[in-house]
Design a protein around this ligand. Structure first.
Ligand SMILES: *Cc1c(COP(=O)(O)O)cnc(C)c1O
Length: 366
């Protein structure tokens, strides 16, 4: 049985950068070589923004996108020189910082465009609301926003609300965006719309550039099986068996004693809990791999540990795979998401890197 010789931390994440490069190549092929803006917001969805950004650029990504100016500044401090777009709304003091770090910003409204016009060195992308109703100027405001931004305008984009599950709504958004593009001349501005779902499933929405996030990490945008789309999951979440004990019939496990042994059995304590990002809603539902076999989570996830049902062959030090492959078995982030009542996105982004150390595999491309 695979045993863990030395654990870098109680629970750790292994990130395969060759998988990230493979996913970039898959997405490039699927988008017929449109430009690719790699979305590395939220520390690359919990995978580590600097390492993932380098891997995506090596594999052919043309630019990067983040959500805060601080996320962009981190990439600049690491020496990454590629164009970087900041998606979200920025307060005035952050615009100065964006300018210092050569980050492109997003104009979401006429007032935000006016603020940007006070920083003539800033380049801006204009975001148009075509139905998501979260960020962006309305189609009838585009003319004015363009005038305000003048030469600073280098891109125009929209964002899909339901490209993962509602073709009709997505087609309405594509048509609304096409009407905006037809009504205005954007010169050389980069036109883009597609998140991962758009990139994979809406050829009409590729425009000049696609903006995949989740698919870069090898996960399916509709919380499905990644292999269906030739995507390779990059992240594994692993831990180890810290203790094994025998339970007698009737004995309970973990807070609340919500699990009761029906017969004599073995229980393995694993040092992963909701402080690591292994969510409490997994209680009594999840499975993990030990010895290449799926093992049920017994009772509640606690802050720092949980307990899995095992057999007498399992020993202290055995490797535990919470997300990833062991032997012939695999547990996907989408499965963990389903057990937790959420989606793969929230599972990987929620891994707490103050507790969970990351290591990288295949750092250099082949
Ligand atoms: C997060 C985000 C994306 C990427 O979305 P995925 O579903 O992860 O591919 C693209 N565009 C914008 C504006 C985003 O906020």
């Amino acid at each position: 049985m695979k045993s863990v010789a030395r654990t870098p931390s109680r629970t750790w994440a292994e990130i395969d950068l060759e998988a990230v490069r493979h996913n970039v190549r898959t997405l490039k092929r699927r988008s017929r070589n449109a430009n690719l803006m790699a979305v590395v917001k939220a520390d690359a969805y919990g995978h580590g923004a600097v390492e993932v950004s380098r891997a995506t650029l090596e594999a052919g990504a043309d630019s990067l996108a983040v959500v805060t100016v601080e996320e962009g500044a981190e990439l600049r401090h690491a020496g990454i020189d590629a164009p970087i777009l900041v998606f979200t709304d920025l307060l005035p003091d952050r615009l100065t910082l964006a300018e210092e770090h050569r980050l492109m910003v997003t104009a979401h409204s006429i007032p935000s465009a006016r603020l940007m016009a006070q920083h003539p060195n800033l380049q801006a992308h204009l975001k148009v609301n075509t139905g998501m109703n979260r960020w962006g100027v309305e189609p009838e405001e585009v003319g004015e926003a363009r005038k305000v931004l003048g030469e600073q305008l280098v891109g125009v984009y929209t964002h899909f609300a339901a490209a993962d599950d509602d073709p009709e709504a997505t087609q309405r958004q594509i048509s609304a965006f096409d009407r905006v593009l037809a009504a205005h001349s954007f010169g050389y501005a980069l036109v883009h719309a597609s998140n991962s779902a758009g990139t994979l499933w809406y050829p009409a929405a590729r425009y000049d550039c696609v903006r995949p996030g989740i698919a870069l990490y090898g996960l399916h945008p509709a919380n499905g099986e990644p292999a269906q789309e030739d995507l390779r999951p990059a992240l594994s979440l692993k831990s180890y068996v810290a203790a094994v004990r025998r339970l007698e019939p009737g004995e309970g496990v973990s807070y609340g004693l919500t699990y009761r042994a029906e017969e004599a059995m073995f229980a393995a304590t694993v040092p992963v809990g909701y402080a690591e990002g292994y969510r409490r809603t997994l209680s009594g539902r999840a499975e993990a791999l030990v010895g290449g076999v799926r093992r049920p989570l017994l009772g509640r996830v606690t802050m720092d540990a949980c307990v899995f049902g095992v057999d007498s062959a399992v020993a202290m030090g055995d490797e535990v795979v919470l997300i990833g492959v062991q032997g012939d078995e695999r547990i996907g982030a989408h499965e963990v998401g389903r057990w937790a009542g959420t989606i793969n996105y929230e599972i990987i982004t929620g891994i707490n890197d103050r507790r969970v150390e990351r290591s990288y595999e295949n750092v250099r491309g082949t």
